[in-house]
Design a protein around this ligand. Structure first.
Ligand SMILES: Nc1ncnc2c1ncn2[C@@H]1O[C@H](COP(=O)(O)OP(=O)(O)O)[C@@H](O)[C@H]1O
Ligand SMILES: [Mg+2]
Length: 343
């Protein structure tokens, strides 16, 4: 690939230092993906500028008009502290007619709404948990068809925010309590879903029209006590001590026969297209003991940290980290935004 000017767009608080030498893993953790992506792009020979943004679009506009980057590598996950505003920043780049990496605004909008996602997927006859949304200002009233146990979470937050063992509820009282907790803690509406017992699977995909699916990944709970629910809580996802203690790790899914892996791969492509995703994404699935696959959610622009699930599963498919970044940049350049249609 030619040498490009790449603007790496990230949150103001997560702009990494030039070097992380001498820093502990804990110190580096918050901005590790920003560091890995920027360094990877530099290693590919690109001219890289890191730009931190949090609530001022002027900073982005100035950088683009003054420096004229060939592409913006989008790592920004919120604006004004609001997660669902990420789509507007990408929309702004489209309005400026500038290429960017990752998902388009429509895909971000559909996939970041866990209720809308399931409504669309069920239209396509894709199996999803039954659910109900509990808006912030309304009294909790469970539709009778929705049976316990239920899992209560935010309808739009990511990264297991607000998810713990207490998220699985078995009666009306606990449901109301947990919904109130989600409202308070995340300032978003809550969603209660039919709890799906089973294995936890993740699948990475890359592409705009032609899609490539990476090998199915699984979260293992090797030393989890029997009475603890095996779900990706906030602690399971982010607390290294807790992970060590309970033997929590992710890797290629085991004992998945080829036909099962193939049908999961086809399913994930259908989900990607149904939600108008582009660039790259990761699907979160549950596989029941009866062999049924449920789609929990789609994650556009998943974590690109080196050694994390998405890049590890790409590696397993023979795509090195730098090759992965390079592919993501090429897909961003090739993506045809609406302003390019018919042209
Ligand atoms: N309906 C469900 N049944 C069983 N487990 C669930 C369900 N919904 C969420 N979980 C568990 O909670 C985790 C986080 O939920 P998810 O919908 O993926 O939200 P996030 O955007 O925070 O990752 C999942 O990976 C899974 O372990
Ligand atoms: Mg998830």
């Amino acid at each position: 690939m030619n040498k490009l000017r790449v603007l790496v767009l990230m949150h103001e608080d997560l702009v990494p230092p030039e070097s992380i030498k001498g820093l502990s893993a804990k110190e580096v953790a918050p901005y590790k993906s920003e560091y890995d992506v920027s360094t990877g792009l530099e290693n590919l020979g690109h001219e890289v500028r890191k730009l931190g943004v949090s609530s001022d679009l002027g900073v982005l506009r100035n950088c683009i008009t003054e420096w004229n980057p060939d592409i913006t590598f989008n790592l920004l996950e919120e604006f004004h502290g609001v997660a669902v505003y990420d789509q507007h920043v990408v929309g702004y780049l489209e309005l400026m007619r500038k290429p960017y990496t990752g998902c388009n605004p429509r895909g971000l909008l559909l996939a970041h709404d866990k209720a809308l996602t399931k409504q669309i997927l069920s239209y396509h006859r894709i199996r999803v948990p039954d659910f109900a949304v509990f808006p912030q200002s309304k009294v909790v009233s469970r539709p009778k068809r929705l049976k316990f146990p239920l899992l209560v979470k935010s309808v739009s937050e990511e990264g297991s925010v607000g998810i713990s063992q207490a998220s699985v509820v078995h009666n009306e009282e606990k449901l109301a309590e947990r919904v109130a907790f989600i409202h308070q803690q995340t300032m978003t509406d809550a969603i209660a879903e039919e709890f799906i017992e089973g294995r936890e699977l993740y699948v990475g995909l890359i592409g705009n029209d032609r899609l490539e699916v990476f090998p199915v990944w699984e979260m293992f709970f090797h030393k989890m006590p029997e009475d603890v629910v095996r779900i990706a809580t906030e602690k399971v996802k982010w607390d290294h001590e807790y992970q060590k203690k309970h033997g929590i790790e992710t890797g290629p899914a085991t004992n998945l026969e080829a036909p099962a892996a193939e049908s999961i791969s086809r399913l994930c492509k259908r989900v990607y297209r149904a939600l108008s995703l582009s660039g790259y994404a990761r699907m979160d699935l549950r596989l029941t003991p009866e062999g049924q696959v449920y789609v929990l959610e789609a994650n556009p622009n998943p974590n690109l940290e080196y050694g994390e699930d998405f890049s590890e599963s790409a590696e397993k498919a023979g795509i090195s980290y730098e090759k992965l970044l390079s592919r993501i940049v090429s897909l961003g350049l090739a993506y045809k935004a609406p302003w390019q249609w018919g042209g």
